[in-house]
Ligand binder design. Sequence first.
Ligand code: FAD
Length: 288
Amino acid sequence: MESQKQYKPKFSFEFYPPKTPEAIGKLQTTQAELAKLKPDFFSVTFGAGGSTRDMTFETVMDIREKTGIEAAPHISCIGSQTDEIKSILDKYIESGIKRIVALRGDLPSGSVGYGQFRYANELVEFIRKETGDHFHIEVAAYPEFHPQAPNPKSDMENFKKKVDAGANSAITQYFYNPYAYYSFIDNCEKLGVSIPIVAGIMPIVSCTQLVRFSESCGAEIPRWILKRLQEFGDDRVSIRQFGIDVTTELCEQLLTNGAPGLHFYSMNQSVASVAIWRNLGIDQRVSD
Ligand code: FAD
């Protein structure tokens, strides 16, 4: 973990673009609550369809205007042509956006063709070629390995390709076993990768939702956590409290061992994240 200890920890929240008027209203409340914690930045995911993509930009602009806090759009490249990506980048530059989360993304079912990008390292390379050092580029990292990776070694080498292409820092997929993260960092150090790799944190608010997400993204739910969650049944209050306790302890361990920050997958909700930040005292920290 030595490579990571040199960085002052950064703390951030992720949102997804809301689709309905109710969801827009809910996000406004959530972003106002979370802004009080003074995160270093918010980020907003990017979907496969055209309208969701526009909503990423609109959500980013709204957050920045209403909270005064930096908001970073995610951008995914699979299925896209270079001119589409270039026009999105141009729009972001014109709007004063300086941080971007660059991803490959996943092809929606039924879509044909990969477009002009196959992997995220090609997107990072393209962003650097077209826009120089304008953007701080974040990329994704997978301590428990990407579900499509043929083996851990090639996944690590592919992660390094994104760093070599010009990524400034990374955010991990969520995990509940801190040793997966420590081992990932050790492997990065062996490959000479020393950029900050911020731990992605998923607060637990629903057992079924967590199981569904974890199956699709390849994150492991430790057996003891799953068994306890199942035991709570429909008791949402107990699930939330258990989730807050488990996640607080995970975050404490990660920070004590030198993680250079935490990125919370907020799911556009604030209660669990606020409780965890208060438990950790992050809300009291002095930011830059
Ligand atoms: P890559 O880094 O390209 O890796 C994908 C797979 O290809 C891996 O198995 C890797 O080993 C392999 N690979 C990579 N490069 C090469 C290469 N050059 N040659 C051969 N094999 C290679 N998805 C969205 O749609 N929108 C979002 O906003 C979004 N935000 C995310 C934020 C975070 C922090 C994370 C962790 C994930 C996010 N995702 C998002 C999900 C992500 O798009 C998927 O996990 C996707 O399957 C992989 O994207 P990637 O950028 O990690 O891909």
